[in-house]
Design a protein around this ligand. Structure first.
Ligand code: F6R
Length: 612
């Protein structure tokens, strides 16, 4: 949600800020803007629309010759997308302060009224403009560093923020602050940067520090100082980016999404291989002892969107392999439903970004209740990864497309690994069975590679069905969890209404929506349930549905009524969700392409949801 970038150094800042904004555009893209110090003073150029619109506007306004500036790409919360609601926002009557913000200020109305009473005029509907005026109010007429003022100002804010602030008082300096929203500081030679994530700094530097909650940083070309909430200077650990810039580029593909779909074999093998040794699953990084694991009588799995869908698959696998009771709950529900958590429980928290506000809050709740929190996270050193008691990284590499694919697949693999480990510790599988499961997990990445061969077929199917207005996905058990993910993929990037139903449940109401030509995608990968799902297929075919069946190589049920049958390579049925999703990701992708939509940046969405 919203991307922030800032640069201060000796070189022209504009191309660096624009490049940074492009790499953050996946976080929100309804408007963009830059504030920079030029010969004429502090200038702000901002506009509704994409970064390209901003570039055009900057050119039309004669460019921005500067060596220090801040930029923003927005995902609207307070006030719709418009030029005036775009960031940066200026503070004060003279516009001496400019602010970019990611997050939500909960008490902005109250602050706004008080600032209006002091004569401040507001030009937008945003909560951010309140912060800009507040900083101006606290700063004006006082001989105080901007950073000290920002520290004071954030003390009066309720809610969440990552802030970049500049002031005419010091045109080489950026002040950054954070609470519950990510912010990193890139460390260069004679230049430094701030950014919402490392993709925006990696073209300039691999060294960075992570700002923690309630810290404020002073960023100048020749150095960075970080203070805690009391204004004391704090020593920060310097991290190094481990992946290559090419990992965050399209590498010849038309969209990030198709590149990331094709990268799934690699994402799965990088997640599985380091944790499997000589036929056994071994985690060194979990911080979770066997005794502690053995004590777990209940497992809460928490996540949002696709991460939750991965968790639902995980629940099935863990329950069937380990016979431990397990629930998979939407993080935004979990945190407010007064959940029953005992200190012996294990709480598995799943998040690609590691920054999702609801997931983070749910995790904190579980931690407070004494449960062991184990995070499955893709972004290294993200907040969830740092706060969890233990972390299992999915080594999927940077995922840029808003619709997740490879990170989801890597999450599934991480859950299989946890299930196998837990099952051995609890004694529900023996060493031989564990070795067999490890073989299956090793083979998974090749099977996904084989499954990807249906690419052309799915492109063809997409051309047949892209004009549908409703699509239903049906499955039972594990296939239902996979159907939920397939349905989400289609709707989020094609804007076609789609729903996933437990196959046996459709007849309890929703079947009334099936009519001549409705597309139904049925998943049947669990041999014990083949016949049941076939009966459900018959029910929808009888009402005019066209059915695509996704099933296994050895499916022996009656598929004669289906328009298309996609057969998946043979695998242990427990791991089939890793294969069945592949053709359906491709279907969603090609439907979106066919409809001429913005595949990587679907409307209304953002990759990292840092507001609740
Ligand atoms: C869908 C999608 C979202 C995310 C969800 C959680 O394609 O990407 O549903 O899965 O917003 O995000 P993370 O995993 O970053 O917590």
């Amino acid at each position: 949600m919203c991307g922030i970038v800032g640069f201060t150094g000796r070189e022209g800042a504009l191309p660096i800020l624009i490049r940074g904004l492009y790499s953050l555009e996946y976080r929100g893209y309804d408007s963009a803007g830059i504030a920079a110090f030029t010969k004429e003073g502090l200038r702000v150029i901002k506009t509704r629309g994409r970064i390209k619109n901003l570039e055009d506007k900057i050119i039309a306004e004669g460019g921005l010759d500067c060596t220090c500036g801040i930029g923003h790409t927005r995902w609207a919360t307070h006030g719709g997308p418009s030029d005036r609601n775009s960031h940066p926002h200026l503070g004060g009557k003279e516009g001496k302060v400019a602010v970019v913000h990611n997050g939500i200020i909960e008490n902005y109305l109250e602050l706004r009224q008080r600032l209006e009473a002091h004569g401040y005029e507001f030009h937008s509907e945003t909560d951010t403009e309140t912060v800009a005026h507040l900083i101006d109010y606290l700063h004006t007429g006082r001989r105080e560093d901007l950073a000290m003022t920002v520290l004071k100002a954030v003390g009066r804010l309720r809610g969440s923020y990552a802030l970049g602030v500049v002031s005419m008082d010091n045109p080489e300096e950026i002040v950054a602050a954070r609470r519950d929203n990510p912010l990193v500081i890139g460390l260069g030679m004679g230049e430094n940067m701030i950014a919402s994530d490392i993709t925006a700094i990696i073209s300039r530097t691999r060294k960075y520090i992570i700002l923690d909650d309630n810290e404020v940083a002073i960023v100048r070309p020749d150095g960075v100082v970080v203070m805690n909430e009391f204004g004391d200077e704090v020593e920060k650990e310097i991290h190094t980016v481990t992946w290559d810039l090419s990992a965050a580029e399209k590498g010849g593909y038309e969209h990030f999404m198709i590149k990331e779909i094709m990268e799934q074999p690699q994402a799965v093998s990088s997640t599985v291989r380091p944790r499997v040794q000589e036929g056994a699953v071994r985690f060194e990084e979990l911080g979770l002892t066997e005794d502690r694991l053995r004590k777990a009588k209940y497992i809460h799995i928490i996540g949002c969107g696709s991460a939750l869908h991965a968790g639902m698959v995980g629940k099935h696998v863990i329950e069937s392999m380990c016979r431990i009771r397990c629930s998979a709950t939407v993080a935004s529900e979990f945190r407010y439903e007064n959940p029953i958590i005992s200190p012996d429980d294990l709480c598995i928290v799943i998040s690609q970004s590691g920054e999702t506000a609801d997931t983070l809050a749910a995790m904190r709740l579980a931690k407070e209740a004494g449960a062991f929190t184990l995070a499955i996270v893709n972004v290294v050193s993200s907040t969830i990864a740092r706060e969890a008691d233990g972390v299992l990284y999915t080594w999927a590499g940077p995922e840029i497309s808003v619709a997740t694919t490879k990170a989801y697949s890597a999450q599934l693999s991480a859950l299989y690994l946890i299930a196998a480990n837990l099952a051995r510790i609890c004694g529900t599988i023996d060493a031989q069975e564990e070795a067999h499961i490890c073989d299956e997990l090793f083979a998974l990445s090749d099977r996904i590679r084989q499954t990807l061969q249906c690419k052309e077929q799915m492109q063809y199917e997409a051309s047949l069905y892209a004009n549908r207005t409703h699509v239903f996905f049906l499955g039972r058990g594990l296939d239902y969890a996979a159907a939920l993910e397939a349905s989400l993929k289609l709707k989020e990037i094609s804007y076609i209404h789609s729903e996933a139903y437990a196959a046996g449940e459709l007849k309890h109401g929703t079947i009334s929506l099936i009519e001549e030509g409705t597309l139904v995608v049925a998943l049947a990968t669990q041999p014990a349930l083949y016949e049941k799902t076939v009966s459900n297929i018959r029910e929808v075919v009888a009402r005019g549905a066209a059915v695509i069946l996704v099933t296994t190589e050895d499916f022996d049920g009656d598929a004669s009524q289906c328009q298309q049958v996609i057969r998946l390579p043979k695998c242990q049925s427990m791991f089939s969700a890793s294969l069945s999703i592949v053709p359906l990701q491709l279907l969603a992708y090609y439907v979106s392409v066919q409809l001429g939509l913005d595949v990587d940046k679907p409307r209304n969405l953002a990759k990292s949801v840092t507001v609740e």
